[in-house]
Design a protein around this ligand. Structure first.
Ligand SMILES: *Cc1c(COP(=O)(O)O)cnc(C)c1O
Length: 403
């Protein structure tokens, strides 16, 4: 029997007697090839942005079909310089979903703009294109849809809205490397698409990010903003060089470079993307089958155009069929050795956003989803028996707490 005492809730009959170790909600998968790839870089001439970063950028272009890719230190950095490249600034607005990691909205604050939150679709839990349209004003410059869990909204519809209103679409694809929309890997629909290589995500570099785009103009700006807006490119300079050492700073930016060490790891992980993707899809399919007829649960639905490689698998509790709240269910899962998480607290509910004037009730569908959902484990290294243990725990609690 699992140890229920540590979470202060009553024991449930038939706790998993076999399971002694916790299953985490996410975990990286590093093999000997990954280790060797990093070791090779460490013994090479370049530790920071060099040949491995360029190779990684080429690989991202191949994967997505985009013309250009810019690797950078994180998806947060990628979103920041994408906002800068779009021209977003003081007095302007950008639209995003509240159900995301804070970085998707913070990037607008970094450039002095105001994030505006559009509510989610009740079924896909992704930003609702109709809600985006309602939030457009004459101050709007960008729209940042997030491919939530690895599934997407109707990206084509979002692009059409952006084109109609002259807006820049920046897709936050932190969750969705491996995902296809209309049969093609994402990265060609938005003006700029950003990725994360944090260890919880499908592909990792320890940390890391990237932007893909078809626009040469954005590409050149992104390269500048990645490294202090400093250039040695004669065609960009404002003055005549006074010697071969000469370079110019043209704007204010940060050091957002990715190291070759991280790029080496990311390239090695990209070699395994198909394997990771297939395994994630298999687990998601098994979960979908197992939970389809459990009345206590509501599952995320996908738009028909999407073939998702999911980064997260989220269960929503049906309050009409279950007698406990999400908190209690979450703790009971922990007692079953299944470590869950919650993705996400609606961004504008954070104290910092409250200080900026955002209030509860802004996006009621998102707030309701937040109250009812939890993230269960999903990562390629889960064994089939781990998957079955998660299913058993979920079904047991649903049965136990049914009303
Ligand atoms: C993880 C994540 C980010 C931030 O990525 P980092 O690489 O950690 O900066 C941004 N947006 C979403 C949706 C994420 O999940």
């Amino acid at each position: 029997m699992a140890d229920m005492s540590r979470v202060g809730i009553p024991a449930i009959e038939g706790g998993d007697p076999e399971r002694l170790t916790d299953i985490d909600y996410a975990h990286q998968d590093i093999n000997d090839d990954d280790v060797a790839a990093v070791a090779r870089v460490l013994k090479s001439d370049f530790l920071t942005t060099g040949p491995r970063v360029r190779e990684m950028e080429e690989r991202l272009c191949e994967l997505t079909g985009a013309k250009y890719a810019v690797a950078c230190s994180s998806d947060t950095a990628a979103l920041h310089i994408a906002c800068k490249a779009s021209g977003l600034g003081e007095g302007e607005e950008g639209i995003t979903t509240p159900i995301t990691f804070a970085a998707s909205a913070n990037c607008m604050l970094y450039v002095g703009a105001r994030p505006v939150f559009a509510d989610i679709d009740e079924k896909t839990w992704n930003i609702d294109p109709a809600e985006i349209e309602k939030k457009i004003t004459d101050k709007t410059r960008v729209v940042i849809p997030v491919d939530y869990t690895g599934a997407t909204t109707d990206l084509q519809a979002v692009r059409e809205i952006c084109d109609r209103h002259g807006l820049v679409m920046i897709e936050d694809a932190a969750h969705s490397i491996g995902t296809k929309f209309n049969g093609k890997h994402i990265g060609k629909i938005a003006h700029m698409t950003t990725f994360s290589f944090h260890p919880a995500k499908t592909i990792t570099g320890g940390e890391g990010g990237a932007i893909v785009t078809d626009s040469e103009d954005y590409y050149k700006k992104l390269l500048l903003y990645r490294t202090h807006a400093i250039t040695r490119d004669r065609s960009l300079m404002k003055r005549e060089p006074d010697g071969p050492w000469y370079y110019e700073q043209l704007d204010l930016s940060m050091n957002y470079r990715l190291t070759d060490i991280q790029a080496g790891l990311i390239i090695s992980q990209l070699n395994r993307l198909d394997v990771f993707s297939a395994r994630r899809k298999k687990i998601v399919q098994r979960y979908n089958e197992a939970f389809a007829d459990v009345p206590q649960l509501i599952l995320q639905q996908e738009v028909p155009q999407v073939d998702a490689t999911r980064h997260l698998y989220i269960l929503r509790l049906n309050p009409e069929k279950i007698s406990v709240d999400r908190r209690r269910f979450f703790e009971a899962m922990g007692a079953e050795h299944v470590i869950c998480n919650v993705h996400y607290i609606p961004v504008y509910r954070h104290p910092y956003y409250e200080e900026l004037g955002y209030t509860a009730g802004l996006c009621p569908k998102a707030e309701k989803l937040y109250d009812e959902m939890l993230t269960i484990p999903l990562y390629p290294a889960m064994s089939d028996s781990d998957v079955e243990d998660v299913i058993r725990a979920v079904k047991k609690l649903c049965h136990y707490y049914a009303k």
